[in-house]
Design a protein around this ligand. Structure first.
Ligand SMILES: [Fe+2]
Ligand SMILES: [Fe+2]
Length: 225
C-alpha cells in the first residue's frame, strides 16, 4: 500500500526525471551541432541515467501496488551560446532536483513510508554526485575561458565517460561493483563510485585485470564480511 500523497509525488518525480533526460538529450543535440562530440556523449550518457532514475521510481510505485500516471513532458530549451552556459544550467537544474528529492524524503517521513524513504535515500546520495560533477565541469570551463585548445582537450576528456545504463540486465544502471557499494561507509562509497564512473571504456578494455583487481580489493572485503 502506498499513500495517495506519496504516489502523486512519486509520479511527479518520474515526470521530472524524464524531463531531465529530455533536457540533457537536447543539450547533447546542441553539442553535436557545435562539434563538441565529447560533451555530446557526456550529455547522452546523462540522459540515459535520468531515464534509469525515472524507471527506478516507476518500479518502486508498481512493486508497492501503486498507480502510474504518466504526464506530458515539457519541451526543453534547444539553443545555448557557450559550453559554460550549458553546464551552468545543468548545475542549476541538479540543485533544483536535489530540493525536490528532499521534499520527497520529508513527505515519506511524514507519512511513515519507510520503504519509500529508503528508496529516496539512494537519490539523496546520487544528487551529491550529480551536483559535484556538474560544478566541477563549470569550474574547469571558467578556468579555460576562451582557450579553444584547452576546450577541445576537456571535450576529449568528457568523451571518456563510461555508461552502465543497460536497463535490460541492470534495471538501475549499476555495475556489480557499484551494487555492493551500500556496504561501504559513505565517503568511501562516493569516491569508489566516482572512480568507477570516470574510468574510461578504453581503460577497462586495455587493463581489465588491473581494474577488476583494484575494484575487488576496495569493494569485496566489506561485502563478504
Ligand atoms: Fe535524476
Ligand atoms: Fe540528474
Amino acid at each position: 500500500m502506498i499513500a495517495e500523497s506519496v504516489q502523486e509525488a512519486l509520479n511527479k518525480q518520474i515526470n521530472r526525471e524524464l524531463y531531465s533526460a529530455y533536457l540533457y538529450l537536447s543539450m547533447s543535440a546542441y553539442f553535436e551541432s557545435t562539434s563538441y562530440r565529447g560533451m555530446a556523449k557526456w550529455m547522452r550518457t546523462q540522459a540515459l541515467e535520468e531515464r534509469e532514475h525515472a524507471m527506478k521510481i516507476f518500479d518502486h510505485v508498481i512493486s508497492r501496488g501503486g498507480k502510474i500516471s504518466l504526464m506530458p513532458i515539457e519541451a526543453p530549451r534547444q539553443v545555448w551560446s557557450t559550453p559554460l552556459e550549458v553546464f551552468e544550467e545543468v548545475h542549476k537544474h541538479e540543485q533544483k532536483v536535489t530540493n525536490w528529492i528532499y521534499d520527497l524524503m520529508d513527505l515519506a517521513i511524514r507519512e511513515k513510508d519507510h520503504a519509500t524513504a529508503n528508496m529516496v535515500r539512494w537519490f539523496v546520495d546520487e544528487q551529491v554526485e550529480e551536483e559535484a560533477s556538474a560544478s566541477d565541469i563549470v569550474d574547469r570551463l571558467k578556468m579555460i575561458g576562451e582557450e579553444k585548445g584547452l576546450l577541445l582537450m576537456l571535450d576529449a576528456q568528457l568523451a571518456e565517460r563510461a555508461c552502465y545504463c543497460r536497463s535490460s540486465d541492470r534495471p538501475w544502471g549499476r555495475t556489480p561493483a557499484e551494487d555492493s557499494l551500500p556496504a561501504l561507509p559513505s565517503p568511501l562509497r562516493l569516491s569508489v563510485r566516482l572512480l568507477i564512473r570516470t574510468a574510461s571504456e578504453a581503460s577497462f578494455a586495455s587493463y581489465p585485470d588491473v581494474f577488476h583487481q583494484l575494484l575487488s580489493h576496495i569493494v569485496l572485503p566489506p561485502f563478504s564480511a
